[in-house]
Design a protein around this ligand. Structure first.
Ligand code: CDP
Ligand code: MG
Length: 140
């Protein structure tokens, strides 16, 4: 597997509880390098656009309201097989199903307030990175 980049969000439930550093440490311990990082607060329109793929799902409105409720930290993670590795470190969507030691097992509050987002495929990783970061913000 080659070196990849993936996109991550530290979600409002985690920034609110001051867990940014502890979550970043999980990425670094897994061999993922944080090559870009910024703290922002989404508008409703931005949250709806980012999660557009889920627009028809019953949890969509609640998800978007949650994602704008507090600042978030958006990051680009780089490393060997980064997309799958990040999903592994994150753990299952529902913290009740997440493996021990994963971010969601240790920190998530519920299936909605689950502390992190991570891209699920190379195409979505590229789209999501470009949604939040300009080329100038991404060092080689
Ligand atoms: O984030 P992940 O890729 O693991 O899950 P997803 O299926 O892409 O769902 C996106 C996000 O929607 C989740 O991370 C949850 O925050 C939220 N969600 C929810 O609130 N209730 C569900 N039944 C499923 C997802
Ligand atoms: Mg997803």
């Amino acid at each position: 597997m080659a070196i990849q980049r993936t996109f991550s969000i530290i979600k409002p439930d985690a920034t609110k509880r001051n867990l940014t550093g502890q979550i970043a440490a999980k990425f670094e311990e897994a061999g993922l390098r944080i090559v870009a990082s910024k703290r922002i607060q989404l508008t409703l329109a931005q949250a709806q656009a980012f999660y557009g793929v889920h627009a028809e799902r019953p949890f969509f409105d609640e998800l978007c309201e949650f994602m704008i409720s507090e600042p978030i930290v958006v990051q680009v993670l780089e490393g060997e097989d980064a997309i799958a590795k990040n999903r592994e470190v994150m753990g299952a969507t529902n913290p009740a199903d997440a493996a021990p030691g994963t971010i969601r097992k240790e920190f998530a509050l519920s299936i909605g307030e689950n502390s992190v987002h991570g891209s699920d495929a190379p195409e979505t990783a590229a789209e999501e990175i470009a949604f939040f970061f300009s080329g100038l913000e991404l060092v080689g």
